[in-house]
Design a protein around this ligand. Structure first.
Ligand code: ZN
Ligand code: MN
Length: 474
């Protein structure tokens, strides 16, 4: 597979790209966020939104692009009922950013997917088809869109999905957009073709699939197109160079039109907006606002904090999640403690939150840390830690109180453990016999001791005592 992705991202601004209309239109009555500019009325003049351009520069910088010091807007001419002025204001030969990349991890290796360009444009209106009629809503018309175009560097579905997710994370980290797919704030266009294994030339054709509104649909489209294009190629034909649309959410695509070339858009400079120049200082100021990005954060978590890459990936994948985690480990130097906190945070803690039954404010950061400290100090067992955490969510109590109330402290009394071990050995002579053939049977005996002690013994210690009593080597 040869895959390139074009991603449209609605940036988070108060007003639209070229007029003062409120850009926050979602769910409002149709045609209530409109003016002569975004309705495309003759004579109306566009004025670029500075905030939108700043956000576009910010994203281009975050994607390692070179910023064009001089940028301009161009008209991309085509007619569609939801684009009444007959052109979209976009950028052609001097986009804001060019030649960047996004780094993704594939099976433990970092891979760079090149970003060809990052440019600023405006959204169109929305056509609503009902029965024989089409209705038009211009609330979305003129909302700022950033378009990120990759090079055709991806060859597997996994790469495409990781690229899309990493881009979405970056956009959210920088607060450029909520990238809420349900609200259409991030949309994909897939460019895909196939070639024989071992062939290094770009295929002679390219199929574009427009308006993919979610990552799960994107995955399905790749599968469906792979099968469709393979079949045509296997029959000795070349798939048409065309634009396809989604039939439904199953990923099946339908031909919409044979693909236009760039010439069909008759790009030319937008005469109503002058050239825009950025000073070095201006760009430097935007650069300073860029926070630590997901990939760097992941490296830091792995290299400096000692987390497993998979654990780090889970934590960095969400802004709220990494922010909470960083508060959790604030001021802690002990790597073992940090690792254990990370494990319980993305494990049991996240699991209980996911159930949605308890108020997450019931477990303060301090109490959560205290709980994990009790475990590390072997005051409670892993089993008890789970129970105490759940109880903390239910009651909001601190872990020491719960441990005391429920009597969950690990038994430190060695003679009690030894007595219990002896009881279990006496009661399970058959299993003890069996141990010679099946050394794993010791697990059963440990379990029996733990059961008798209501899970309050340190399992390692029980194992030692059992091994000693039974004269076993390790
Ligand atoms: Zn307007
Ligand atoms: Mn576009």
């Amino acid at each position: 597979m040869i895959i390139g992705l074009e991603v449209h991202i609605q940036s988070k601004t108060k007003s639209k790209m070229f007029c003062a209309c409120d850009a926050n239109y979602f769910g409002d009555e149709p045609n209530t966020h409109v003016c002569p500019v975004c309705l495309g009325l003759p004579g109306a003049l566009p004025v670029p939104n500075k905030k939108a351009i700043d956000l576009c520069i910010k994203l281009a910088l975050a994607l390692n692009c070179r910023i064009n010091r001089q940028t301009k807007f161009d008209r991309k001419n085509y007619f569609y009922p939801d684009l009444p002025k007959g052109y979209q204001i976009s950028q052609y030969d001097q986009p804001i950013g060019e030649n960047g990349f996004i780094e993704i991890d594939i099976k433990g290796d970092a891979r760079r997917i090149r970003v060809k360009r990052v440019h600023q444009e405006e959204d169109t209106g929305k056509s609503i088809h009902k029965g024989d009629s089409t209705f038009l809503d211009f609330n979305k018309s003129g909302v700022p869109l950033i378009e990120v175009v990759s090079e055709p560097d991806m060859t597997t579905k996994e790469e495409v999905i990781k690229y899309a997710k990493r881009l979405r994370q970056i956009v959210r980290y920088l607060d450029i957009s909520n990238a809420d797919m349900q609200k259409g704030q991030m949309r994909f266009e897939l460019n895909m073709s196939l070639r024989e294994v071992g062939d290094n030339n770009l295929p002679k054709y390219k199929v574009e699939v427009k308006n993919i509104g979610s990552i799960s649909v994107l995955e399905k489209v790749i599968d469906v197109e792979f099968t469709r294009q393979s079949k045509i190629l296997d029959e000795g034909n070349v798939p048409d160079q065309e634009t396809r649309g989604l039939k439904d959410m199953s990923g099946v695509t339908l031909s919409q039109r044979k693909k236009e070339g760039e010439a069909d858009y008759r790009y030319f400079p937008e005469p109503d907006i002058p050239l825009i120049e950025f000073s070095t200082k201006y760009i430097e100021n935007i650069k300073k606002q860029i926070v630590e990005l997901p990939q760097e954060k992941k490296y830091r978590y792995v290299q400096k904090l000692g987390l497993e890459p998979d654990t780090a990936e889970v934590i960095i994948s969400d802004v709220q999640r990494y922010k909470f985690f960083e508060k959790l480990i604030d001021g802690i130097d002990d790597k073992k403690f940090i690792k254990e906190l990370a494990k319980w945070y993305i494990g049991d803690y996240a699991g209980i939150i996911k159930q949605g039954k308890y108020d997450k404010d019931n477990v303060s950061i301090e109490n959560f840390k205290k709980l994990i400290k009790l475990l590390l100090d072997k005051k409670i067992t892993g089993r008890a830690t789970k129970d105490v955490l759940l109880e903390m969510f239910k009651t909001g109590n601190d872990p020491e109180t719960i441990v005391k109330e429920k009597g969950l402290e690990v038994v430190q009394d060695d003679s009690l453990i030894e007595r219990t071990v002896k009881e279990v050995i006496d009661e399970n002579q058959k299993v003890v016999e069996d141990l010679k053939k099946n050394p794993n049977a010791i697990g059963f005996l440990i379990g029996q001791v733990m059961k008798k002690m209501q899970g309050k013994a340190d399992a390692e210690k029980v194992r030692e005592k059992l091994a000693f009593a039974l004269n076993l080597e390790d």
